[in-house]
Design a protein. Structure first.
Length: 316
């Protein structure tokens, strides 16, 4: 049987299918995965991983006969795709199956910020409603201008979910797309013109801290920042300062710079909503992601092709 190196976890359903086709070696069960690979790495032809753990460069170097890496997740910035491609290794991910769920999470965070969900929940639980009367008014999420940073598949799904609320959608990406929304070539200029900025751009060097202090100052004290992309996209220290000083109004965050660490200063703020990177974390969506992760591996084992190569590997 072909041999597979599993980085991170896998569901029972995934493992049942993988074990039927591969001899599976689990990195999490090894005292020293690097030492194990130094001894056995030449036997490994396939890797299953996830968007958070990726594949360490030293792991990839220790697997000279590696042919395919299947990533559980749409983001793959923790994998050096160019290094993999140079070695003839195809990299796959799980696009589309999680679009709707991540879009729902973005909208959930936006609504929670606008309608002060956490504040009012705490108000009821503490007994203050009965003791003090009605809580303070909140903001309407209808008829807002929303700027989407990264109008890919998930960005479009977010726009579709916001459409019934009379939302005006604008966007910033590397280049204009064939859509009816207004394109901004300058992110700071877009931030000046929107009520909410939603980040759903890929991570990596090209987008590292692209949402900087200048962008957040442009978004302003009445602005809302939503991040469901990667923590690296937002300058976290600058965001905390802007929220503390009132230069940025609200933030709804599903991702952070050094997950699972979330700075105490951010956790103490009452104008933020924080989620533990659960954008796609429903039973249904994770099952679909797991199925596609395994399907890519099984198809490659069968005939050398894959279902959903990352864009950089689409021509392999």
């Amino acid at each position: 049987m072909a041999e597979l190196f599993l980085i991170g976890g896998a569901t029972d359903v995934m493992l049942e299918r993988l074990n039927a086709a591969f001899t599976v070696h689990k990195a999490k069960d090894m005292d020293d995965p690097q030492a194990w690979l130094a001894e056995h790495g030449e036997k490994i032809t396939h890797v299953a991983t996830n968007g958070h753990d990726g594949v360490k460069p030293e792991y990839m170097a220790a697997m000279p006969n590696l042919k395919a890496i299947s990533c559980y997740g749409v983001g793959y910035d923790a994998i050096d795709v160019q290094a993999a491609k140079a070695k003839g290794v195809v990299v796959t991910h799980t696009p589309n199956v999680l679009n709707a769920e991540v879009a729902t999470t973005a909208v959930l965070l936006m609504l929670a910020c606008y309608r002060e969900l956490l504040r009012d929940d705490a108000y009821v639980r503490s007994g203050r409603w009965e003791a003090e009367g009605n809580s303070a008014l909140t903001r309407s999420a209808d008829n807002q201008t929303v700027g989407i940073l990264g109008l890919g598949r998930i960005g479009q799904a977010i726009a579709d979910k916001l459409a019934p609320w009379g939302t005006t959608i604008v966007y910033h990406s590397r280049s204009p797309k064939d859509v009816d929304y207004t394109y901004y070539g300058d992110l700071t200029e877009m931030a000046k013109d929107v009520d909410t900025l939603i980040c759903i751009t890929p991570g990596g060097p090209s987008t590292n801290k692209i949402v900087n202090a200048e962008v957040m100052n442009a978004l302003g004290p009445q602005g809302t920042l939503i991040n469901v992309s990667r923590g690296s996209v937002v300058d976290e220290a600058a965001m905390i300062a802007a929220l503390q000083e009132g230069r940025l109004g609200w933030a709804g965050l599903d991702v952070f710079e050094a997950e699972p660490h979330v700075p105490e200063a951010l956790r103490k703020l009452d104008n933020v909503v924080l989620l533990p990177h659960v954008g796609s974390a429903t039973h249904e969506t994770r099952a679909a992601m797991g199925a596609l992760t395994v399907d890519n591996l099984l198809q490659h084992l069968k005939d050398g092709t894959v279902i959903s190569a990352v864009p950089e590997c689409a021509d392999m």
